[in-house]
Write a protein that binds this ligand. Structure first.
Ligand code: PLP
Length: 372
């Protein structure tokens, strides 16, 4: 794998899906063939949930078909359908889509320009303006912790449900605690592009809602007893097998990404690039390598130069979601900090096995955008 970018013309994507040990995966698949059990809370799903709980130091999370549906499920059991929910505009579009799909009314709250996470002071202002906000949906963007203490305090003072989108926050810790362990509820994504994945998949955590989540995840009934409105959010055995085979390599992937970060940091040293700030007490998963250029013009120049060399970074996260064209006008409130960041950010290619030569090439092209 290493060095392929240099010797052939394969484009270099923003990331490359990690694959598990083939023998581990095939052994798990053999088990599925022997049992002839493909889904509906099978052995692989139950084992994955137990292993995830041990890894994260949490209750066993409930495995789901993907992160977006996990979010929809969480919004639903928290009673937020159709209600006002405050959220950050600086995130992947799925955060908002889940909310709109549940008929919630989004109230965009701007980010802190240093951390790029939801700004607690602005959240307080939003509650002053709109006391009927029933839930708050912040995102640990790039796996970097939100100000969970202040946000938690505001939510309990206002009686609002706090639901974290931790889709990018697997293997990120704050004061030794998994980021997925904060809030009334939280979700994670196990999509193939995430640090830990099951090809497609996700999970939801929320001790208080455990039974409601379990029921709603599988159509809301057990046998012929129908308890509640449900949906199909179950993870299949095939995805769970992928997750089980992937989990053991996760900490090593974090270490390798950390090393890749250090290489980028050294090669880009001296350039006026801003990085999002980490809270103190955080042990970050280093899942992404985001940099903010001094201007949108320079970002576009760097992006153009990278694309011309077959390197495909992503403008994670552009556009700021409060500017989406399909939103009704009344919802498109200005969020200057998020819009500014979205206009200047670029996530450079990053994955554990990324060859040092590729990191050097990307860095050289970025550096070139600053000269002349
Ligand atoms: C990936 C992602 C999602 C969606 O997760 P899927 O598993 O792809 O449905 C939601 N929110 C954020 C912030 C994400 O990065």
């Amino acid at each position: 794998m290493s060095g392929t970018r240099i010797t052939d013309n394969t484009p270099m994507a923003v990331t490359r899906s990690r694959l598990p040990d083939r023998d581990d995966f095939y052994r798990l698949l053999d088990g599925i063939f022997e049992r002839g059990w493909l889904t509906n809370n099978g052995l692989c799903v139950r084992n994955l949930e137990r292993e995830l709980g041990l890894f994260l130091g949490t209750e066993p999370p409930l495995a789901c078909v993907n992160g977006t549906v996990a979010l929809m499920l969480a919004l639903h059991v928290a009673g937020l359908d159709g209600k006002k929910v405050a959220l950050t505009p600086y995130t992947y579009v799925a955060t908002l889509s889940a909310l709109l799909w549940q008929g919630c009314r989004p109230v965009f709250v701007d980010v802190n320009p240093a951390t790029l996470c939801l700004d607690p002071a602005k959240l307080d202002e939003a509650f002053e303006r709109e006391p009927d906000i029933a839930g708050v949906l912040p995102v640990h963007i790039y796996g970097m912790a939100c100000d969970v203490e202040k946000i938690g305090e505001i939510c309990s003072r206002r009686g609002a449900v706090c639901l974290y989108d931790g889709a990018q926050a697997f293997a990120s810790w704050l004061h030794g605690r998994s980021l997925l362990d904060y809030g009334d509820l939280s979700i994670c994504s196990f999509h193939a592009t995430k640090l830990f994945h099951s090809a497609e998949g996700g999970c939801v955590l929320g001790a208080k809602y455990h039974e409601a989540l379990t029921r709603a995840r599988a159509f809301g009934h057990v046998g012929d007893t129908h308890y509640t409105l449900g949906i199909n959010a179950k993870m299949s055995e095939l995805n769970a097998a992928m997750g089980l085979a992937m989990l053991p390599g996760t900490q090593r992937e974090v270490e390798m990404r950390k090393n890749a970060h250090a290489a980028y940091d050294a090669l880009l040293d001296g350039l006026p690039l801003q990085r999002p700030e980490l809270l103190t007490g955080q042990d970050w998963n280093h899942a992404y390598y985001p940099v903010l250029f001094p201007s949108g013009k320079l970002r576009e120049k760097a992006l153009g130069a990278l694309l011309a060399r077959g390197i495909q970074p992503r403008r994670y996260f552009y556009p700021s979601l409060n500017t989406l064209p399909y939103l009704e006008a009344g919802l498109r409130r200005p969020c200057p900090a998020a819009e500014d960041a979205a206009g200047r950010v670029l996530c450079l290619p990053l994955y554990g096995e990324m060859p040092e030569a590729d990191i050097r090439l990307v860095s050289d092209v970025v550096r070139g955008a600053f000269s002349a």
